[in-house]
Design a protein around this ligand. Structure first.
Ligand code: FA5
Length: 319
């Protein structure tokens, strides 16, 4: 029955069936010949032909079932070459966050986390942003439905995790937190309504602005290269005093360029007091940098929207 085994699809099987069972098929021919056989041999020959017919019918049914079950199982023609599935890659935002966190870990910072849905205490009040402050406007935040009468919102900055760390950890502490933040900003080449920040906080006795700058310089050297520099420009944040904008010099397309990354400063004594830390005994510094900005400049991405469109042709270039 090699012929039957060679019938690898329903078309070949059908032509096999016609060859044996068709109106001009071989079984029909045998039956016709039976008529001319000597009388005394007819019963035995008839029996043999009938056995042959039954046997062939059973084999045909088996083969048909085998073919059907194969095609049901895989749902495809196994004689076709397979499609090659490419391996996935890390998203450039994920690899940037991992790289940044690795450096801070080596510098003695531990990694902490906080929720993306926050209360007003952690996003505003404890950060010295009192009621009535313009940063609390409903149009500048994504407020959620009340939760048991308590207002909740998507955090606008990872500085919320500073408060959570100071509330729960023992001193001295040295932590970084990385994660998503949300602001109802209009999407353009440099702004998105959801983006990522890396927050740093160090609280100890006698921590100064010099420690803050040293930390940022060490990070810049480790992450961007030995020639990287850090520049601070006076600024204002309600939860730090003094406050500064941080620029870092990065190597971009063969040139060293200044890139504005975020904010920093000395933790305001009233923030320490709000979480029960004695500002006479302890001081601290904090910083918050935009992750997209680092990823974009590092990879020469000119529009932040590319990072969130999930176009495989774009993402395939990284990782
Ligand atoms: C802050 O969010 C402060 N929490 C930073 C800080 C932390 C100051 C600790 C002092 C101490 P700012 O709003 O400037 O600061 O945002 C910091 C960075 O986030 C910006 O420099 C920018 O890199 C990034 N960023 C802000 N808005 C957007 C946006 N819509 N899309 C993408 N990145 C953004």
């Amino acid at each position: 029955m090699d012929e039957l085994a060679a019938a690898t699809d329903s078309e070949k099987l059908e032509s096999w069936r016609i060859r044996y069972f068709g109106s001009n098929g071989q079984l029909k021919e045998l039956m016709n010949r039976l008529k001319d056989a000597p009388r005394e041999q007819k019963p035995a020959l008839g029996k043999r032909v009938n056995e042959l017919k039954v046997g062939l019918e059973a084999k045909l049914a088996d083969r048909k079932e085998a073919l059907e079950s194969t095609s049901n199982q895989v749902g495809m023609d196994l004689t076709e070459p397979g499609t090659v599935q490419g391996l996935g890659r890390r998203h450039p935002i994920s690899s940037t966050m991992d790289g940044i966190v690795d450096v801070f870990r080596l510098m003695g910072f531990s990694v902490v986390d906080g929720p993306e849905v926050e209360d007003e205490w952690h996003n505003f009040t404890a950060l010295n942003i009192p009621e009535g402050h313009p940063a609390r406007e409903r149009t500048d935040n994504f407020f959620m439905p009340l939760d048991g009468g308590v207002p909740r919102l998507l955090r606008t900055q990872t500085s919320t995790v500073q408060i959570r760390a100071m509330e729960t950890m023992s001193l001295p502490l040295k932590v970084v937190a990385v994660g998503r933040v949300y602001r109802p900003d209009t999407h353009d080449a440099t702004h998105y309504s959801m983006f990522h920040q890396i927050e740093g906080l160090s609280i100890d006795r006698g921590v100064s602005m010099a420690d803050l700058k040293t930390t940022l310089i060490q990070f810049a050297h480790a992450y961007f290269g030995e020639e990287a520099e850090v520049r601070m420009r006076p600024s204002f944040f309600p939860f730090t005093e003094p406050s500064a904008e941080v620029d870092m010099k990065m190597h971009i397309k063969g040139q060293w360029q200044w890139v504005e990354l975020g904010g920093c400063g000395m933790v305001d004594p009233s923030v320490l007091a709000a979480v029960g830390i004695d500002p006479e005994e302890w001081t601290g510094f904090a910083f918050g940098l935009g992750v997209e900005r680092i990823a974009m400049r590092k990879h020469g991405i000119s529009d932040i929207r590319w990072l969130f469109e999930n176009d495989a042709r774009f993402l395939r270039q990284f990782g």
